[in-house]
Design a protein around this ligand. Structure first.
Ligand SMILES: N[C@@H](CCC(=O)N[C@@H](CS)C(=O)NCC(=O)O)C(=O)O
Length: 198
């Protein structure tokens, strides 16, 4: 299995993290985003959207970090990381949407602005960050994990850009339940960090 990867990407990191938690053998293929390797014909043949990550498993290649988490969870994670029960599956899946919508337009965009000088509407990204972090902190007041009283791909999908919020000048200090949740994830067996996370 090959993961097309950029080390500083939170979307790639969530896949690296689940691969490690599930102890899956993989080859990491570095893609040089700075020099636009992700827009080269060779990489576009893997992911026509020209985005990272992509995961190649045998003859097929998958794009989108959330879809890749689903694939790995279903293929290697038994019923633990993404259950088959309709209600439980929906509870986990709603957070995959939150990861690629509210969290991407909030703390991920704020980080892109400050760390990579991307042209984003930083006022909007800050507002979005505060609103989604407030909701998640309240949700976590009564629980240790986002759903099902255990770690699932809901936590893995939402974790990177929340834990990296400081790189977008968003402080997590007011969000004490989120801080505890981050601590819980860091204690998972086979947890690995990424640049920016200790
Ligand atoms: N929804 C996609 C978003 C992927 C994405 O935006 N990847 C970034 C790296 S974190 C990227 O490739 N950016 C380069 C570009 O879009 O040109 C996912 O979750 O995989």
């Amino acid at each position: 299995m090959k993961l097309y990867n950029a080390e500083f990407s939170g979307n790639c990191y969530k896949v690296r993290l689940l691969l490690s938690l599930l102890d899956i053998d993989r080859e990491i293929v570095p893609i040089d985003i700075i020099n636009k390797e992700h827009k080269s014909p060779k990489y576009l043949s893997k992911n026509p959207l020209g985005e990272l990550p992509a995961l190649e498993d045998g003859a097929h290649t998958l794009r989108d970090s959330q879809a890749i988490l689903v694939y790995l969870a279903k293929k290697y994670g038994k019923d633990v990381w993404l259950p088959n029960n309709a209600k439980e599956m929906a509870l986990v899946t709603q957070w995959l949407s939150t990861a690629c919508n509210d969290i991407a337009r909030g703390p991920m965009d704020a980080r892109a602005h400050y760390k990579f000088k991307f042209d984003v509407d930083i006022k909007k990204a800050r507002e979005k960050s505060i609103s989604i972090l407030t909701v998640i902190d309240k949700h976590l007041a009564a629980r240790e994990w986002l759903e099902l009283n255990r770690a699932t791909i809901a936590d893995i999908a939402c974790f990177p850009y929340i834990a990296l919020a400081h790189e977008g000048n968003i402080s997590l200090e007011p969000y004490t339940n989120i801080q505890k949740w981050i601590g819980n994830i860091k204690k998972l067996p086979n947890y690995i960090p990424m640049p920016g996370l200790d």
